[in-house]
Every structure is written in structure tokens, then in C-alpha cells.
Design a protein around this ligand. Structure first.
Ligand code: SF4
Length: 226
């Protein structure tokens, strides 16, 4: 995958939208037609970490960085990480550790993304965390093997392993975002089970539009319209 320059960077958080539905991504990021739900959900989750019992701020071997700016030129995405945790490691440098000017020793880098709800049946949150991970790896020239998703509703952390399949999926989705952005194209709605949980359902009206498209296809086929 070639590297993207500053002018080609897209919003990193959009990768969760395109993983859920290409049309949802296009409505939000191409047409700016988001409804309040999207903004509300994404805005609120930023301070969910206040209640995270795992973020033990009293530990001397843990540093917590918040709202960390991120850029991955490999995926062509930029955004922010809710939290990046740094764990002091006793041994020598590892493949995922960095040194800090202000602190002694080596520190393992672990991205943590905070979500308002509960774990989802799909991998939308995992690919977003994985995209953040690409940026951290690139910036520090390290390899990070795992991160965490924290869900406010269950108050639980879930480990995410940055496996080869998850990395491949993340790269494919990023590439698709850039393809659609270049085309400036909003895909047609395809009504599916996940539409019921889509925050843009009322704006997209997939059932009605799909039926309307079906009628058009029927008319074109039966009236022999060129
Ligand atoms: S309602 Fe369905 S088709 Fe429309 S944007 Fe949402 S998930 Fe996509």
C-alpha cells in the first residue's frame, strides 16, 4: 500500500462507519448528513473513561495519555485516540516499547478506545482500534500486538489482538474509503438486518428506497425502457 500525503487524509473514526455500512460512511463523511445520534454517540464516549475502573491512575508504572493525535500515512487516515496507556517494562526494550524523555526505562504502548454502549456483533470497533494502532506503530516505529475496547454499558475491557486478518480487514476498509471518496459516490441503500440499529435509518429510509429501486427496475424491464 502506498503512502498518503496530508491532503489525502480522511477521518480515522470513519472506518467504524464504513465497516458497518458503506452508505452510512458516505452519508456522514461525503454528504455530511449525519443526524444527532452519531454526534451524540461519538461525543459522549470521550468522557466515559472517567468511570473506567481499569485505568488505575495511582500506579507508578502506568502513564495515561488522553486525546492523542494520530496519523497513519499507510492507511491515509488521521484522528485522535481516546487514551494511550504506557506501561513501564522491567526488561530491556521490546518490539512494542518506547523510551520517554521525562521518564526512565522502557514503556509498552497500548491503545484504549472508549465506547458508550456494549460490545457489538460485528468488528466495527475493532477495526477503528486497529487503525489507531497503525498510527501509533508508524509514529514510534514499533509493533503493537494488542489494545483494549472499554464499554461504558458493561463497564468492561475487551482485549483486541491485532491479528493479521484484522489488519488486512482494516487496510481493505481504508482503501475502500479512499476509493469512494475519490468517486464522490454514495452507494445505494441495501436493506439488511443491521439497518435496524443504524443511527441514520430515518434519514436513509433503506426499505422505502430499496422498494422504490425495485419498482424502477421492474418498470425498466417490463416497459423495455432503454
Ligand atoms: S439504514 Fe441501512 S443502508 Fe441505510 S445507512 Fe444505515 S445501515 Fe446503511
Amino acid at each position: 500500500m502506498s503512502e498518503f500525503d496530508d491532503d489525502s487524509l480522511l477521518m480515522l473514526s470513519g472506518i467504524q462507519h464504513i465497516a458497518f455500512c458503506e452508505r452510512q460512511w458516505a452519508l456522514i463523511h461525503l454528504e455530511q448528513q449525519w443526524n444527532e445520534n452519531v454526534l451524540t454517540v461519538e461525543g459522549h464516549h470521550l468522557h466515559e473513561h472517567c468511570d473506567d475502573p481499569y485505568a488505575d491512575k495511582s500506579r507508578r508504572d502506568l502513564l495515561i495519555m488522553r486525546s492523542v493525535p494520530l496519523v497513519t500515512r499507510r492507511l491515509g487516515l488521521s484522528g485522535r485516540a481516546d487514551v494511550v496507556e504506557l506501561y513501564r517494562v522491567k526488561e530491556e526494550k521490546t518490539e512494542c516499547s518506547i523510551s520517554l524523555e521525562s521518564e526512565k526505562g522502557w514503556w509498552n504502548v497500548v491503545p484504549v478506545e472508549y465506547k458508550r454502549g456494549r460490545p457489538k456483533p460485528d468488528e466495527c470497533d475493532e477495526v477503528q482500534l486497529c487503525a489507531q494502532n497503525y498510527a501509533l506503530e508508524e509514529a514510534n516505529n514499533i509493533h503493537i500486538s494488542r489494545g483494549y475496547l472499554y464499554y461504558g454499558e458493561t463497564r468492561h475491557r475487551h482485549e483486541v489482538i491485532f491479528s493479521v486478518p484484522l489488519r488486512q480487514k482494516t487496510e481493505e476498509l481504508a482503501l475502500r474509503m479512499h476509493e469512494l471518496f475519490k468517486l464522490g459516490m454514495t452507494p445505494a441503500p441495501v436493506y439488511k438486518r443491521s439497518c435496524k440499529t443504524c443511527s441514520l435509518f430515518n434519514l436513509c429510509l433503506p426499505g422505502i428506497k430499496s422498494a422504490y429501486q425495485d419498482v424502477n427496475v421492474y418498470i425498466e424491464r417490463n416497459l423495455d425502457i432503454p
